[in-house]
Design a protein around this ligand. Structure first.
Ligand SMILES: [Zn+2]
Length: 123
C-alpha cells in the first residue's frame, strides 16, 4: 500500500519496478524526478563531471579525447590509402596496424584524385 502522500494527496509514485516480481515501488518520487531516492533520483547539478569527478585521472580517456583520436586515426588511414592508390608506398614499408585498405580508395578520394589530375593536365 502506497504512502498517504501518494494515495491521498496525489504525490507522484516512483516508477521503478522490481526485476523479479514486477511490483511497482510504492515510495513517492523525489522532487521533479520520476523515481524515488532508492531508485536513483539525483539532481543533475550534484553529479560531478570532468576534473571534479573523483575517478578523473588525466583526461586522456574522455569522450572528446577518444573522438579526437578516432578522427586522427581515420585521417591517417585515409592518407595511407591515398599513398597506396597512388603507388607511392615502397615495398616492405611498415604501415599502420590494423586492417589494411588493400589499395582501394573511397569514392570521395577517387573523385578528388581525378579532379587533381584534371587540374594538373590543364597546366
Ligand atoms: Zn522507488
Amino acid at each position: 500500500m502506497p504512502l498517504p502522500s501518494v494515495s491521498q494527496f496525489g504525490a507522484l509514485q516512483c516508477k521503478a519496478k522490481c526485476k523479479s516480481t514486477g511490483v511497482r515501488c510504492l515510495n513517492p518520487a523525489a522532487f521533479s524526478m520520476p523515481v524515488c531516492r532508492y531508485h536513483g533520483a539525483r539532481r543533475p547539478e550534484t553529479i560531478l563531471k570532468g576534473p571534479d569527478h573523483p575517478n578523473y585521472q588525466s583526461g586522456l580517456e574522455t569522450l572528446a579525447a577518444k573522438r579526437d583520436r578516432s578522427t586522427h586515426a581515420a585521417e591517417i588511414r585515409e592518407l595511407e590509402n591515398l599513398l597506396l592508390v597512388l603507388g607511392m608506398v615502397p615495398p616492405q614499408t611498415k604501415m599502420k596496424h590494423g586492417r589494411k585498405p588493400m589499395g582501394k580508395a573511397r569514392p570521395e578520394t577517387i573523385a578528388l584524385l581525378q579532379h587533381a589530375q584534371e587540374l594538373a593536365a590543364e597546366g
